[in-house]
Design a protein around this ligand. Structure first.
Ligand SMILES: [Zn+2]
Length: 389
């Protein structure tokens, strides 16, 4: 099943160019190397560390200013910020930090009905312990399955897009409902890196067009972020997106131990693996059909911060990902895809988001507007870079 172009696991025997500092190699999209063989993504991380003062007093000062603003602007409200939770490490730890910093967060969870039992338990253990309210939205499971199946039938890589965009829109819906102006995101560029540009793309039109073409059910409960809904939310709700972990020193491993001691929170075994559709995407669908393995993102970051040697990182990356037993059987049964049909899907020529209608051209035309909105923190800077150029 695995189509990964695995290289010699010994980095000293490798025939392709690999960054001299991390494990990104020449196949990573938009990669370049300097005279010392260090890749542009390593330099990008250094630049971000400098800009955000990550783990230094500059970072703490910057973050404290933001926290004061959040408290002040939310003083008369029941909640002053939103933290989106998945049951994974980073968002769980961010909730703990938010409470420690004296914020009054509302936890928001998009239940795509593919959660593992551990993820669901983690969310409840933590929120009970921290006494944080949860706003959760459960999409109709048959409808969600129909949307995910549409992406797989369409032959494109973004089978997790409906989950990611649904979650992103739910955060905006919750912000409007409770008039909250800040959304805190549990992303850490030191622990996970920045996704290479050009790897994946999705928007509301993409989801709608794929589902219209390949789906069997009507879209009724899925929170679809159309262009109008997106722009309306940006202009009228004026929500700001903050990534607190960019300013402070943060260790995923320490966070996991701390959460476990705090409330019995459990580790689920890997990045994104707290959800079964995400686990299928990362360990079966991408490596099996698209010769793609996103683990190099996290592994490279772990090598950069010294949690793992470059040699070990390369060796792990060039050993096929571990697939949870029974995961494929579960996915095929749930999505009503037969063994033969699945075989056919995986062997068919992959297609790209460029083969289907999207808003990309429209975002590019409105580049100037989104530049301004990114300057005002009303859309993430990464959105501007990825969607408008
Ligand atoms: Zn590098």
């Amino acid at each position: 099943m695995n189509k990964l172009d695995l290289q010699d696991p010994d980095i000293n025997n490798v025939q392709i160019k690999v960054c001299s500092r991390c494990i990104y190699d020449e196949r990573v999209s938009n990669i370049s190397f300097d005279a010392n063989g260090i890749c542009n993504y390593c330099h990008q991380v250094d630049k971000l560390k400098e800009e955000y003062g990550t783990g230094k007093s500059k970072g703490t000062l910057q973050l404290n200013k933001i926290l004061d603003k959040i408290k002040l602007e939310g003083a008369n409200k029941k909640y002053d910020c939103i933290v989106g939770v998945s049951g994974g490490t980073d968002s769980s730890y961010l909730l703990y930090l938010a409470k420690k910093w004296g914020l009054r967060p509302l936890a928001v969870h998009f239940d795509n009905t593919w959660n593992t039992a551990i993820a669901t338990m983690n969310i409840h253990k933590l929120l009970n312990h921290l006494e944080i309210d949860l706003y959760t939205y459960v999409v109709d499971n048959k409808e969600m399955d129909d949307i995910i199946r549409s992406f797989i039938l369409a032959g494109v890589a973004e089978s997790e897009a409906p989950n990611d965009l649904g979650f992103a829109y739910l955060l905006r819906i919750a912000a409007r409902k409770y008039s909250i102006k800040y959304i805190l995101e549990g992303h850490s560029f030191t622990e996970e890196g920045i996704t290479p540009l050009g790897r994946n793309y999705f928007d509301g039109k993409y989801i709608k067009s794929i589902h219209q073409k390949f789906g069997k059910r009507k879209m009724k409960t899925y929170p679809l972020m159309t262009f109008t809904r997106f722009l309306t939310s940006i202009i009228f709700d004026q929500v700001k997106f903050i990534r607190p972990l960019w300013y402070i020193s943060y260790s995923k491993k320490d966070a996991q131990e701390h959460l476990n001691q705090l409330c019995g929170w459990e580790y689920y075994g890997g990045h994104h693996l707290e959800n079964r559709s995400a686990a299928f995407f990362h360990t079966i669908y991408l490596p099996g059909k698209f010769n793609s393995d996103f683990r190099n993102n996290t592994i490279s970051s772990q090598v950069r911060i010294g949690n793992c040697s470059r040699e070990d990182g390369w060796s792990i990356y060039n050993t096929a990902p571990i697939v949870e037993p029974d995961l494929l059987t579960y996915v095929k049964k749930r999505l009503e895809i037969s063994d033969i049909e699945f075989e056919h899907i995986m062997n068919k020529q992959p297609l790209s988001w460029k083969d289907y209608p999207t808003y990309k051209k429209r975002f590019e035309r409105l580049k100037g507007l989104f530049y301004l909105l990114a300057k005002l923190n009303l859309v993430p800077k990464s959105f501007y870079i990825k969607y408008c150029s």
